[in-house]
Design a protein around this ligand. Structure first.
Ligand code: ZN
Length: 322
């Protein structure tokens, strides 16, 4: 009997051990299955969230690319290093310029011609608004920017009584200054375009880099001759607002660069730029105009075909001028 009881007890214990072992095996199997599944789920969630982040980033990148290309299109010229450097070049102190610069207005006032190169830009409307507010007429030497927005701006320039001049269609120094033929093709394309858009055939111009630029390998006299043939009068400048050095400049500096040089001449042709990176120039404009209008010996005028030009290099003969 005692034997029986002992063996039953042993059997029971074995059964318990087996049961325990079974539980452990099942637990191990479950752990082995569940853990990878949980890990998989966690990974899946993370991958999904990363994918959505990537999609978001791709979208942002695309938007950024579009913005950059829009910016480049709207202002492909003003960030050209050549322009930045040469239109801010030293102003040669030659006789042609100082003669013209000493002519007084019929009323005996100093004449100031504010000129804007490289437009239209995102700021042209603002420049026009400021001019309207102060009842001032200025001069725009524009490039060949097409499209509805630019055409509307070009028409506004003319409609509001400002002077529209040419600054080359492409503004690419290496192309326009390659030969007389290339130069002529470029400016005639711009002249035709501007006349088609505004109804006015522009007869005044400014060379990219000015007539004194040293970028052109072909002597500038050859291009001056092209303008002379077409009776186009070109204008350089004798005051620079300094907005094209490539260095950041404040509105205050732009304004003082202009105002401190006005008294050096009786006729000042002021070089300024109308470009997407020229906000300081726009902000300086009211300061400049207010300071000039506060003086009774200064008059702000738009350049016309009759304006005696300020030229760094003398034209052979332009509409009877010597
Ligand atoms: Zn320019």
């Amino acid at each position: 009997m005692a034997e029986d009881a002992k063996s039953r007890q042993q059997h029971l214990m074995r059964q318990r051990r087996v049961a325990k072992l079974k539980k452990m095996i099942i637990a191990t199997i479950i752990a082995g299955l569940v853990l990878p599944i949980v890990l998989c789920i966690v990974l899946f969630v993370r991958v999904a969230s990363m994918q959505s982040e990537i999609t978001q980033l791709k979208r942002s990148l695309q938007e950024l690319k579009e913005q950059i290309s829009q910016f480049q299109q709207s202002d492909e010229t003003s960030d050209e290093s050549a322009d930045t450097g040469w239109e801010n070049a030293e102003i040669p102190q030659d006789a042609v310029m100082s003669d013209a610069a000493q002519v007084l207005d019929v009323t005996g006032k100093k004449q100031v011609y504010l000129t804007f190169d490289d437009g239209p830009s995102v700021y042209t409307d603002q420049i026009l608004d400021i001019c309207k507010q102060y009842q001032v007429k200025v001069t725009f030497f524009v490039v060949g920017k097409t499209g509805e927005t630019n055409e509307t701006i070009l028409r506004r320039i003319v409609d509001e009584g400002h002077s529209l001049g040419m600054h080359s269609y492409s503004h690419k120094y290496n192309e326009i200054y390659a030969s007389q033929e290339a130069f002529r093709t470029d400016f005639l394309a711009l002249q035709t375009y501007l006349e088609e858009v505004t109804g006015v055939k522009p007869m005044i111009a400014r060379f990219p880099g000015g007539s004194s630029n040293s970028v052109s390998k072909v002597p500038m006299e050859q291009f001056i001759a092209c303008y002379n043939e077409e009776q186009i009068k070109y204008f350089d400048w004798n005051v620079s607002c300094g907005d094209a050095t490539g260095q950041p400049i404040s509105a205050q500096e732009v304004a003082s660069n202009v105002l401190m040089h006005i008294d050096e001449h009786n006729t000042s042709v002021v070089l300024m730029h109308d470009g997407a990176d020229k906000l300081a120039t726009v902000e300086a404009l009211p300061v400049i105009i207010e300071a000039l209008q506060a003086r009774d010996d200064v008059v702000i005028l738009p350049i016309t075909e009759d304006t005696i030009p300020i030229q760094h290099i003398k034209a052979e003969s332009v509409t009877g001028e010597n």
